[in-house]
Write a protein that binds this ligand. Sequence first.
Ligand code: BDR
Ligand code: CA
Length: 311
Amino acid sequence: MPKPILIDTDPGVDDALALILALRSPELSVKAITTVAGNVGVRKCTRNALKILRLMDLPQVPAVAQGASKPLCRRLFTAPEVHGEDGLGGIRWLSPLNRAKVPEHAADVIIRCCRTSAGRLTIVAVGPLTNLALAWKKDPAALRKAGRFITMGGAFRVPGNTGPVAEFNYFVDPEAAHTFLHSGLPITVVPLDVTQQVVLMRKELEYRARRRANLVGKAILDFTRSYMLRHKMTQGFNGGYLHDPLAVAAAIDDSIIETRRTHVDVETTGRFTRGMTVADFRMKARSVDPAVAFKIDRDRFFKLFHERIWL
Ligand code: BDR
Ligand code: CA
């Protein structure tokens, strides 16, 4: 039986790839997609999730619920220079599948799915953790009923990507990240330490997309173009990090990542260190601490990714 999952996301170019990977993986059954403000404003994120659903043309469409339009107690910080003003690389020809949108708030959908999951639900959060923190504050008992949480975020032994020490998702809403990582829920953290080991090069993407020549491939070619050019400018390679797809891959096949349980704090007051993940490796980890991924099987990840994306 496929694992039920809920994806909380701020699409986002790599979020869009993560959604495609999840929706094309027979091991998973995507029950709902919830959106959160992050890479762009939440309405644009919702529109982009709905665009991906139209593109995928599925027989059964998961519900999309819009969530927080800003972090718990800060102004929203976005990344249009990375993901485009629209959040999806300026792709023009995709329209949203509006009928998939439900009127409930994302946090309520998270709570409902946790309650009805009989302990099997995996929640993969690939944006700022605002919706998860709101759901946790509102109904902790419901969240304890989920099987597992995976969050893409943090930077432990590598520099940040939003300032010197912070990763984007936790930088945007550090209070939410701190609250959630201290909840004692079964959480796996997929930080930049491992997501920056998975780079999809433009050349390879073009080669694979042209060999398959279908609509999904054409969309991926289009919506990743400026994301990859941005990496060329800032990182020196024409390609893009697959941050969010790696978190989804961990939900599909846990053996892709190797984790270490560790106590994690997220900096909420630092003048220069907002959103920094601070792990105390001297402390003996407790069972309530999150498991942080420090190693991955790159080959296994890419095999899975390419098999699914270019169907
Ligand atoms: C994370 O930030 C976002 O820009 C990406 O979608 C990813 O979730 C990487 O730091
Ligand atoms: Ca994201």
